[in-house]
Design a protein around this ligand. Structure first.
Ligand SMILES: [Zn+2]
Length: 104
């Protein structure tokens, strides 16, 4: 039985409120995502609770965890690979520009 692997991903805007937590269970192959919920003062949390009890929905609403479906694995890998390739190309471009500046 292997331990569950947890990885945190910070948002590019560096807001701690946007931190994502991915979990991977190697025994079951489950990959999930947990979204950090903002910590409001007690009176705001009670207000949110009252709204939740009465079924109020808003665009920033409540979050739940996300579990990866096996059929989406290739799509996720493809998306991440594309992002990685983009950043590799950006870094290569930056290094080429630095080299040209150095040679001038
Ligand atoms: Zn952000």
């Amino acid at each position: 039985m292997e331990p569950i692997k947890i990885e945190y991903f910070e948002c590019a805007c560096f807001s701690a409120d946007h931190t994502l937590r991915f979990g991977y269970d190697p025994d079951y192959g489950d990959l999930w995502l947990e979204v950090h919920l903002r910590h409001d003062p007690w009176y705001k949390r009670i207000w949110h609770a009252i709204k939740h009890v009465f079924g109020y929905k808003c665009i920033y609403g409540c979050f739940d965890s996300w579990l990866m479906d096996e059929k989406d694995i290739d799509r996720m890998i493809s998306m991440l690979q594309k992002k990685k390739e983009f950043h590799i190309q950006q870094e290569q471009k930056r290094l080429r520009e630095q080299l040209v500046e150095y040679q001038e």
